[in-house]
Design a protein around this ligand. Structure first.
Ligand code: ATP
Ligand code: MG
Length: 271
């Protein structure tokens, strides 16, 4: 049975698109059929991170409006053939997406893929609510800082009120992914600790992704970090998170200062 996941946050720039690409790739690397869908109309970031920007012909809006059929718009990854991208449009017309049209496309994706992972735009406006509307589960990405955690709380409120599941009186499972975690700064009290975040949001933890220059390096290569450098700490964190999404029990590793130093050394060697 296929699962539709929304990757959301409220606050911008916390790592949603990075997470969509890395989790999507990690799940696809296990042989499951995965589609990642870019809802960030006007910005189009997911195609860049997946190195597919020159292959975009049709996009989500074209499919919603019936200008193109779904298979015409889907871009199959050249490295992982179980991973496909449905890109966003570069148009500024965010109203081109209708609730009914998005629902139809998501249903068609459900028939073809095991996982449909929707990359939400920042904010709590229409784009974000459309991205979450038809989801079965949510991955909430938060950075260890007060503004990000506060926005995550607002997003949880929307997930529990504005989605098809909420309207049907069902509870949507939610997973917290703490991203850009800096062990040294958390140790000095400059960032919220994992315990603080869990206490405020009280949703189960899917993973902790450390702050790492490997993420930027991978995105500059147009490659998800799980594919660019699977041995690095952020890649391992995403592989573990993907296994947890899959229902496996995997021990949680809280990044430590020592580990990030080792990771730097190994990251350099492997690069
Ligand atoms: N673990 C990490 N370590 C270091 N940098 C990271 C990490 N995760 C994401 N970044 C960087 O943070 C920036 C924002 O990431 P990303 O685009 O994934 O966020 P986003 O939530 O999708 O942003 P937006 O709200 O604008 O869509 C990017 O430059 C990305 O490379
Ligand atoms: Mg993004």
């Amino acid at each position: 049975m296929s699962k539709v996941i929304v990757v959301t946050s409220g606050k911008g720039g916390v790592g949603k698109t990075t997470t969509t690409a890395a989790l999507g790739a990690a799940l696809a690397q296990t042989g499951q059929m995965v589609a990642v869908v870019d809802f960030d109309v006007g910005l189009r970031n997911l195609d860049l991170i997946l190195g597919a920007e020159r292959r975009v012909v049709y996009d989500l809006i074209n499919v919603v409006q019936g200008v193109a059929k779904l298979p015409q718009a889907l871009i199959r990854d050249k490295r992982i053939d179980t991973l496909s991208l449905l890109p966003a449009s570069q148009t500024r017309d965010k109203d081109a997406l209708t609730d009914e049209g998005v629902g139809r496309v998501i249903n068609e994706l459900r028939e073809r893929f095991d996982w449909v992972i929707c990359d939400s735009p920042a904010g709590i406006e229409r784009g974000a609510t459309l991205a979450m509307r038809h989801a079965d589960e949510a991955v909430i990405v938060a950075n260890p800082e007060v503004s990000s955690v506060r926005d995550s709380d607002r997003i949880i409120g929307l997930l529990d009120s504005k989605t098809v599941m909420a309207e049907a009186g069902k509870h949507m499972p939610k997973h917290l992914l703490v991203s850009r975690f800096d062990a040294a700064r958390a140790g000095r009290g400059e960032m919220l600790s994992i315990e603080d975040i869990l206490e405020i949001l009280s949703i189960p933890l899917l993973g902790i992704v450390p702050e790492s220059e490997e993420v930027l390096r991978a995105s500059n290569l147009g490659t998800p970090v799980t594919l660019a450098n699977p041995a690095t700490a952020p890649a391992r964190a995403y592989f573990d998170a993907a296994r947890r999404l899959n229902g496996e029990t995997v021990p949680m590793v809280v990044p430590s200062e020592k580990k990030s130093l080792l990771d730097k050394i190994f990251g350099r060697r492997a690069a």
